[in-house]
Design a protein around this ligand. Sequence first.
Ligand SMILES: [Zn+2]
Ligand SMILES: [Zn+2]
Length: 277
Amino acid sequence: MTPGAKSEAVIDKVEINGATLDFNAGDKPVATAVTAGRNKDNFVIVYECWEEMKQNADGTLEPVAFWYSDDSMYTSSTNMFTQFESGRKCMYSIGLKAKDGYKFGNGSSTVMIFDGKDVGATYFIPSQDGKTAMGMALKTINIEKAQQHSHTYGKWSFNKNSHWLQCTDSNCNDLNGSIKDKAEHTFESDKDTVCLVCGYERQIEKPEELVKPGDSGNKPAEPDNNPIAPGESEEVDPGGSSGDPVTNPETDGSVGMITITLSAVALTGALILRKKR
Ligand SMILES: [Zn+2]
Ligand SMILES: [Zn+2]
């Protein structure tokens, strides 16, 4: 009709790639689609759109909320959504605009390829003048509850005061939120050092019990020697090992951790020294 209209070239093939079509509950929609193919410079993407669909009693689907990558698409009456919710069915559409000098043909003269597939004439809807077009219902996804992360628990975590369970999944995005069963350590008694729940080992002072250890009482002869032995053993050992390397390694090995034996060894060492002198 008008000279301008006649000079417009028809875009016979519309190709779109790169749309993000996989979302989990809690994700925000993102616009990542790009034009592609030999006509990719002849039109632009105006918006990407997700519609939240509600299933009616008769089985039909009805859009109840919308997300647009272009804010200007919203009207005051638009029910917007900003993140996907579990259990919802969502439908993807895209809005296109031909650049100056180009226009979209109708469904029989223009093919739309979305994500590598021919969408069919039913879902490619050009405006009457061909300047804009919509790819409708190109993809429908279900936002599954099952795709939500569920925490995995293993060993107890602990610090000085308490223990707790925390998600052990390295992909967990809510480590703090996963903390549960936090409680103070539980000990069987005041003397008990290992938490019954988590195994944390506390340090408690029980010096009197360790030093006295009735062990010394078990051996009647020792008590008198005890005060002398510690001082002597320190002085005697170095001299002993340098003076008599054969004897001392054996006695050292048999010492173990028993205090009493130590004092006995110290005495022996002292005796050896005295013999040598
Ligand atoms: Zn987790
Ligand atoms: Zn504990």
